[in-house]
Write a protein that binds this ligand. Structure first.
Ligand code: ADP
Ligand code: MG
Length: 367
């Protein structure tokens, strides 16, 4: 029945606020993993090893060889809005790291059991700490408080267990563990293509073989071959475009907020798939843009049979001043200046490359 009169307005409990906010960032194991990969890359890691149990719902562990976390920072680590990457609002327009909101680890600690083991180069031992609801877990009586010293390598290992144990609706919204695992592999595959200098690996806990493994110091083409297969690799074209090559002006001013550059790898007309594979990175962030995707697909509609689709990987670098990364907590959506003109230039470059290919094939037939 409807209430007789207005109900009193009450302040939500802090932990409830945090749990609701966490749900916006951490949708599923793969979204937690995206944040963790970005943290490892921000820390300068050259290898990233992931171990998964039950689609990441039971266990999601990521080990890196990055700079580590100072012991003194561990008490703050999982508190909301604590970061080493941003101090002033104007920093936001220069941001070159993936993170800046200081929300990922905090969010995870509100919806899962989080523990961290970390060692900086100058530390003599590693430190281990457990977190719950944004703070170090209080010590059990008689035991010393976290962080505790332990043996470990340089770098950081983040362990997440029992994701969504306290948010049953979220847990029941997840798909099967094999579906969640394939999303984890997909996120890793994309980051691995974009970071061919970093070694990525992913395996199921308790199983000896790896389901994904890339070497360090590779290149984009070889990584695509390794992860997406030879059929794509052998039909792969490459195109670059940038503001200085576009018609408008030739300024090579580093500070020009209108300057941008792009690099794309994409299949020629010989490759035909049922579904488009599109990897998009803007300023090294994995994002989505149906606008860019559609623009590129329309180039292919002229050269592929109806219903057939290409593979495309596009990396776009735009002056941080021209990008608003702060549109959404997941940072998945990105807005930038001159979107239309940039998209047109990028698709033109792709089209030219594809057209050149078609011509040379025709030429071969004639001889
Ligand atoms: P953000 O990345 O937005 O700063 P996070 O919650 O993801 O927020 O991380 C908080 C802080 O913890 C980071 O600013 C960084 O200092 C530290 N950190 C997290 N993960 C790592 C890691 N793998 N290696 C080194 N430092 C890390
Ligand atoms: Mg982060």
């Amino acid at each position: 029945p409807p209430p007789a009169g207005p109900l009193p307005i009450r302040r939500l409990h802090e932990s409830l606020i945090n749990r609701i906010a966490a749900g916006e960032i951490i949708h599923r194991p793969a979204s937690a993993l995206k944040e963790l990969i970005e943290n490892s890359l921000d820390a300068g890691a050259t290898f990233i090893r992931v171990t998964v149990k039950d689609g990441g719902m039971k266990l999601l562990q990521i080990q890196d060889n990055g700079c580590g976390i100072r012991k003194a920072d561990l008490p703050l680590l999982a508190e909301r809005f604590t970061t080493s990457k941003l101090t002033t609002f104007s920093d936001l327009s220069r941001i070159r790291t993936y993170g800046f909101r200081g929300e990922a680890l905090a969010s995870i600690s509100h919806v899962a059991h989080l523990s961290v083991m970390t060692k900086t180069k100058s530390d003599t031992a590693a430190w281990k700490a457990h977190y719950a609801d944004g703070a170090l877990t209080p010590p059990k009586s008689g035991l010393s408080p976290d962080p505790k010293p332990c043996a470990g390598n340089d770098g950081t290992t983040i362990t997440i267990e029992n994701m969504f144990y306290n948010t049953p609706t979220r847990l029941s919204a997840l798909r099967s563990s094999s579906e969640e695992y394939s999303r984890i592999l997909d996120v890793m595959t994309r980051y691995a293509v974009h970071n061919p200098n970093v070694s990525f690996s992913c395996k199921k806990s308790g199983v000896s073989g790896q389901d994904l493994s890339t070497p360090s110091n590779s290149d984009v083409r070889q990584t695509i071959r390794l992860l997406y297969g030879h059929a794509i690799y052998k039909d792969l074209l490459h195109a670059k475009a940038s503001s200085s090559s576009s018609d408008r002006d030739n300024s090579t001013d580093d500070d020009d907020p209108e300057s941008w550059s792009s690099e794309a790898y994409f299949t020629n007309a010989n490759y035909q798939a049922k579904k488009t594979t599109f990897l998009l990175f803007i300023n090294h962030r994995l994002v989505e843009s149906s606008r860019i995707k559609r623009a590129l697909e329309s180039v292919y509609s002229a050269i592929l049979p109806k219903g057939m689709s290409p593979f495309m990987y596009l990396s776009l670098d735009i002056d941080p001043q021209a990008v608003d990364v702060n549109v959404h907590p997941t940072k998945r959506e990105v807005h930038f200046l001159n979107e239309e003109a940039i998209i047109e230039n990028v698709t033109d470059a792709v089209q030219q490359e594809l057209a050149g290919q078609t011509q040379s094939r025709v030429f071969q037939y004639q001889t």
